[in-house]
Write a protein that binds this ligand. Structure first.
Ligand code: GCU
Length: 454
């Protein structure tokens, strides 16, 4: 467990080490001096935000190392001291939401406003246009399937602030012989340098091969080409470009919404590409990119389906649950940049009990569209992501799906590992592997077939 948690950290470290302020990700590990400088700039930005929020002290989060004296709780008996999970179907004035119309007109906007203001931050009202250019097209054969791969750059209009340049990196691969536009699964991922690959099981084809075998296409968008994955980068990337190099206000967007915004711009491009059926585009990601994937799905109703891998705290895991990673960890200087500045208040003057919403309501924002929540095993992935907390996020979102005539998870009981709960529009499966969606891809694909079938 420790090994895996540290291993997954190591993979991120290697990848994150190669993400500079420019956000371009290639395996050029940063020098110590560059890392120190990033850390210093991050601490400065963080301190400024605490100052703006009038926060003088914060509660530290627990450790992800199970051997540490301040290890995160993994004892289920101590996991739920919080009361009063907000009810997705009760309006702020205490009235019950009894019809889909009240959900769409009144309750959904209330929930969205809370996520905007307190949790993920607001996308600025005016966003510059993105000009997509196909920079290379290649014809290859992958596992016997002829495919066309387009390499794209989405250049964000920076005429209002030329000091910052944002070029979103995207690749799209579709079956060459398709007669009609195809569904596409897009992943928040990395464009790997030659020779690099994540450790994977060789008993199963890659997710890309599985998707192609269905006759679908796949795309990979590089989040760090939109917004760097650190606090130092908040005055750069798309957030910095629109803020003209200034620091964020407490309700300005963080990296998760910036990454989600980039995914929406990729979907704009798909709407113009005749190879893609833009009404059947799904989004997938793991860990911090699993958080980005659920945020994408919640905020852009054009996405048809989502596959959310081990998203943990700040993703589909309930905030009001003392198990694994806590709000305090995400509010720390190493992770706060994912969120709005206001989120930090809940690790200082406020507590997780004070959040006006909880993670189940983020999933509810996706209703009635299908969402598959994925986790790995406690033995291999560890407990940091809190599989049960993510399951409960899905379970409590169910009543909104039901109001809209769909089915939720169908149970409030956390299932045994490797049980597929895929009968409704919210699905859950905990596989027996590590910090990856890998072993759940075949189950997700069966689930997605219901929505992607011709
Ligand atoms: C850390 C962080 C998690 C995050 C993960 C990742 O473990 O605490 O919230 O999901 O990194 O992205 O790998």
């Amino acid at each position: 467990m420790i090994i895996t948690r540290f291993f997954s950290c190591k993979v991120w470290q290697l990848l994150i080490a190669c993400i500079g302020l420019t956000g371009v990700c290639y395996a050029q590990p940063l020098s110590k001096a560059a890392r120190d400088s990033l850390k210093k700039l991050t601490e400065e930005d963080y301190r400024q935000m605490l100052h703006t929020l009038h926060i003088s002290s914060l509660r530290p989060g627990p450790s992800g190392n199970p051997q540490a004296s301040n290890a995160a709780n993994t004892n289920e008996a101590k996991a739920t001291p919080y009361r009063d999970l907000p009810d997705a179907l009760v309006l702020d004035n205490g009235k019950q939401v009894t019809t889909p119309a009240i959900w769409w007109k009144k309750r959904r906007p209330q929930i969205k406003e809370y996520f905007d203001r307190e949790i993920y931050g607001r996308v600025p009202a005016y966003m510059p246009p993105v000009n997509w250019q196909v920079i290379a097209v290649t014809d290859t054969v992958q596992e016997g399937i002829p495919v066309i791969t387009k390499k794209l750059i989405g250049h964000v209009d920076n005429s209002a602030y030329p000091a910052i340049n944002v070029d979103i990196q995207l690749t799209l691969t579709t079956p060459a012989n398709a007669k009609t536009p195809v569904p596409v699964m897009m992943e928040f991922g990395f464009i790997m340098p030659p020779g690099f690959s994540f450790p994977s099981s060789n008993t199963q084809p890659t997710w890309q091969q599985q998707v192609l075998a269905e006759g679908w296409g796949y795309a990979i968008i590089v989040p760090t080409s939109i917004q760097a994955d650190n606090g130092a980068g908040l005055t750069q990337g798309i957030i910095g470009l629109v803020n003209k190099g200034q620091r964020r206000k407490p309700d300005d967007w963080g990296a998760l919404r910036a990454w989600a915004w980039g995914a929406s711009r990729a979907l704009d491009y798909f709407e113009t590409d005749t190879a893609v059926d833009a009404k059947r585009v799904g989004i997938e990601g793991v860990s911090r990119y699993g958080k980005a994937a659920i945020v994408t799905m919640a905020y852009d109703q054009r996405f048809a389906i989502a596959f959310i891998g081990s998203s943990g705290q700040g993703g589909t895991k309930l905030y009001r649950r003392v198990f694994g990673e806590q709000v305090e960890n995400v509010a720390s200087s190493s992770e706060y940049h994912w969120m709005a500045g206001n989120y930090i208040k809940y690790a200082g003057p406020l507590t997780p009990q004070d959040f006006p919403v909880d993670a189940h309501e983020l999933i509810a924002l996706c209703a009635p569209r299908p969402v598959f929540i994925s986790a790995g095993s406690p033995q291999i992935e560890g407990n940091w992501v809190d599989a049960k907390g993510m399951f409960l996020g899905g379970a409590y979102a169910g009543k909104v799906y039901e109001l809209l005539g769909k089915k939720g998870l169908g149970t409030m009981e956390f299932p045994l590992i490797e049980t597929s709960l895929t009968g409704g529009e919210i699905a859950f499966r905990q596989h027996s592997g590590g910090h990856t969606t890998g072993p759940n891809w075949p189950y997700f694909i069966r689930f997605a077939e219901r929505y992607f079938a011709d």
